[in-house]
Design a protein around this ligand. Structure first.
Ligand code: ZN
Length: 316
């Protein structure tokens, strides 16, 4: 009898089959993870922690990209067509893209992690650039009123995740959506949420202890990402950016005076945004520019690093 070419390989197939049989009784490996998307890195951190190992989380906005101007790539849109849940957080690009993402994948569940969170106005300084920017808004036509209204919607501060108590609220919202998608896993998801909340409360306490002795409560930053952080820890954010743009020369001169009179030594910036005006101010006051990252995926460690940067900036 003639041997078929595959026969000598048979023992290998058998041992493979044995291995697979031995591996099989571990059901945790058998269940595929729920494929979910988030907008930004800190949400990924939250959903991974509360997902109890049951989710595979992808963030759309990559490290160093600007979520105010971001647009997803066609490849990301294709991947989204296979996802189960999209967790929004209310950053700018979602207004345009969430409806498109939803229509490309009608079975996608869209959850809003920002639900129920009262948003701050986008930083108190916007009046500072008044003579540079607001002149056109005094007209009383319907079109200009509508423009002002849209504009004000856009001025709500989206950076809610930078306060640990708000992170807990975001986590609770996300957990509800996960439980709806994984009804058999309620106990596991509840335990993960409780552990996450405890972790956020401990982080909040550590940051409070680091920042409470500071005498100087004011800090200057190019893009005002830190409004909720400032509110939580009793700091005052002074932004250089005016409505998403570089300041005009008058605003810039005012910033330099403010930095001098407030004895500010450090101007904070972030990746994905210009640091040109921050450099101008820093140079004028003989200070320096320090980068913070409000979008880092290692959320807790990053927030502590941020608090340390504030402490160091004040001791210069
Ligand atoms: Zn921002």
């Amino acid at each position: 009898m003639k041997l078929t070419p595959w026969r000598p390989l048979r023992p290998l197939f058998l041992s493979l089959a044995v291995c697979l049989a031995l591996a099989a009784p571990r059901p945790a490996l058998a269940a595929p993870r729920l494929d979910v998307f988030v907008s930004i890195g800190p949400q990924k951190y939250i959903v991974e922690h509360i997902g109890a190992g049951l989710v595979e989380v992808t963030a759309l906005v990559a490290d160093g990209q600007n979520p105010h101007t971001f647009e997803p790539t066609p490849k990301q849109i294709a991947r989204l067509s296979r996802a189960r849940i999209y967790f929004g957080v209310g950053v700018d690009f979602e207004r345009v893209w969430l409806p498109k993402i939803a229509s490309a994948n009608p079975s996608l569940l869209i959850a809003h992690m920002e639900e129920g969170i009262e948003k701050l106005a986008m930083s108190a300084d916007h009046h500072e650039g008044e003579e540079d920017h607001h002149e056109g808004e005094k007209g009383e036509t319907e079109a200009s009123k509508r423009l002002v209204k849209d504009h004000e919607e856009g001025l709500k501060d989206p950076h809610i995740w930078l306060s640990p108590p708000l992170c807990i609220q975001m986590a609770e919202n996300a957990s509800r959506a996960l439980k709806a998608a994984l009804p058999g896993e309620s106990a596991r998801l509840d335990a993960a949420l409780a552990a996450f909340s405890a972790r956020m409360n401990a982080l909040d306490q550590r940051i409070r202890e680091m920042l409470s002795p500071l005498k100087q409560r004011k800090f200057m930053v190019f893009h005002p990402s830190w409004g909720y952080f400032a509110q939580r820890y009793n700091l005052i954010q002074i932004p250089i950016e005016v409505e998403g743009k570089e300041p005009g020369s008058r605003s810039l001169a005012r910033m330099i005076n403010a930095a001098r009179s407030q004895q500010i030594r450090v101007i904070f910036v972030q990746k994905g945004f210009s640091d040109r005006s921050a450099q101008v101010v820093a140079q004028a006051i003989g200070g320096r520019v320090v980068a913070l990252d409000p979008l880092a995926e290692d959320y807790a460690a990053n927030l502590e690093r941020t608090a340390r940067a504030f402490v160091e900036a004040k001791s210069e």
